[in-house]
Write a protein that binds this ligand. Structure first.
Ligand code: ZN
Length: 456
């Protein structure tokens, strides 16, 4: 059976030295032995930490990152960005979506994400008609994940309306739209097609309360429950103040409040953003067991606002990080901005709650491993028996980690450019990045460049 000998490794109980990690042919860890002898056939690594789950991603948006940073005629905001995104999305062909996703997933693996929850909302062809195979575009995502080796939680998106209260969708939203029956059939077909894969899990993503009427939300969840009553459910919530105002006007409740009251969100749920919550919503969301999906680089890029982290963590709320629009593709960058945003807001330092002397980088990395694993609904996020062998091997000889040990390595990773020291990356017991390189990265990058040339 394959095994790895790590000079030091981050285990659930803390850092341990001379750790032998064994896993089975399916990539599940079967033994973790600290203080083990180095002899034997086990391969050697320096410092091993669990790879990070990315709990929120729209892969195609990677190809428009950097293209929306030009001043518009007046007052750019989230909504003007969305208008540009809709134009971009109108032209994408299936093979371009696969090429963009594959390039993105290689970048993610090299940066320390070992799994990704793809919030996949492109279903129809450029005219808004269904493809012969409803799952055509979802299949492209699964293919890209398979080609790169990243673990996938595939979340087909339900999208029906243009705003709260059943407003008609716009022409620009035609590629996203599915009736509830068609959506449920898509979900069922993905479950069938991906059954047996140890790399892929299927859930659902009602896009938002703007885009999904309550009856459709209930019906989609009921259909999912018949197939898999533990499958993850993700939804965007309270990203923008206008969304909160519109939700209040529609229902008398704020988005997170509505979801907690009406959808009874629990540990299966991930509420993405939750940027605009009252202290009471933050307390209730924390108590619900749901995960808050935080995407600080996208939230900064789009001018969303800052998540109320201090209130939320005071209630022991769960969170993970996501790359969302993929302007940033690094878990360390998301966590750094999560903490830095709070420092800028409160004009103090080290705001993630931690006992005296505890590492902030370590606190954030551990919390987002746990929240990310819960959000993806996969046994990942820890070097422990029964979890998948999804690791990063850090090179402590790299200058950016010099002088660091234990959680200091995670502080360097998060706050001091330490990602340059991510040397090898393993998913499901197989190295997908070695010496900082993915074996297919040149071919994937060429496909990506070709896709962008055609789009231009
Ligand atoms: Zn999103």
């Amino acid at each position: 059976m394959p095994a790895l000998f790590a000079e030091t490794a981050l285990l659930p109980q803390g850092w341990a030295d001379r750790v032998r990690i064994d896993w089975d042919a399916a990539g599940t860890i079967t033994a973790v032995t600290p203080g083990a002898p180095a002899q034997g056939s086990a391969e050697r690594a320096d410092a091993v930490v669990p790879g990070m789950p990315n709990l929120h991603c729209h892969a195609f948006q990677r190809a428009m990152a950097g293209l929306t940073e030009r001043a518009g005629p007046a007052g750019d905001d989230f909504w003007s960005w969305r208008a540009v995104m809709y134009k971009f999305v109108a032209a994408l062909e299936p093979e371009q979506i696969a090429a963009i996703a594959a390039q993105l997933y290689v970048e993610m693996l090299k940066a320390g994400y070992t799994s990704v929850a793809e919030f996949h909302y492109l279903h129809n062809d450029p005219e808004g008609k269904p493809y012969a195979d409803r799952a055509e575009l979802a299949n492209q995502i699964a293919l890209a994940a398979g080609a790169t080796g990243i673990r996938l939680t595939l979340l087909p998106v339900l999208y029906q309306t243009g705003n709260f209260g059943g407003a008609a969708p716009s022409e620009a939203q035609r590629r996203f739209l599915l009736k509830t029956d068609a959506f449920n059939a898509l979900v069922e077909s993905l479950f069938k097609a991906l059954r047996g894969s140890r790399h892929v899990r299927v859930g659902i993503a009602p896009h938002s309360l703007r885009a999904v009427p309550p009856a459709a939300l209930r019906e989609a969840k009921a259909a999912l429950d018949k197939i898999d009553p533990t499958a993850p459910i993700h939804i965007h919530a309270a990203e923008q103040t206008k969304e909160v105002e519109d939700c209040l006007a529609w229902s008398g409740k704020r988005p997170v409040e509505w979801l907690l009251d009406e959808a009874k969100c629990d540990a299966r749920w991930t509420l993405v953003h939750c940027t605009h919550m009252t202290a009471d919503e933050a307390r209730r969301l924390a108590a619900s067991g749901a995960t808050a999906g935080l995407c600080p680089t996208t939230e900064a890029d789009l001018g969303d606002g800052l998540f109320p982290l201090v209130d939320y963590l005071a209630g022991k709320g769960r969170f993970g990080v996501g790359s969302d629009s993929n302007v940033g593709v690094s878990p360390a960058e998301e966590l750094r901005w999560l903490e830095w945003g709070q420092r800028l807001l409160h004009r103090r330092r080290n705001l993630a709650p931690a006992p005296e002397g505890a590492s902030i980088g370590g606190t954030l990395w551990r919390a987002s491993l746990a929240g990310g694993a819960q959000a993806l609904g996969q046994p990942v996020g820890a070097v422990a028996v029964g979890r998948r062998a999804d690791f990063l091997a850090l090179d402590r000889a790299h200058p950016c980690l010099a002088g660091h040990m234990g959680d200091g390595l995670l502080d360097a990773l998060v706050f001091a450019g330490g990602t340059a020291a991510i040397r090898h990356v393993m998913v499901g017991g197989r190295w997908v990045v070695r010496e900082g390189r993915h074996p297919a990265e040149e071919r994937i990058a060429e496909n990506y460049r070709a896709a962008l040339r055609r789009l231009a």
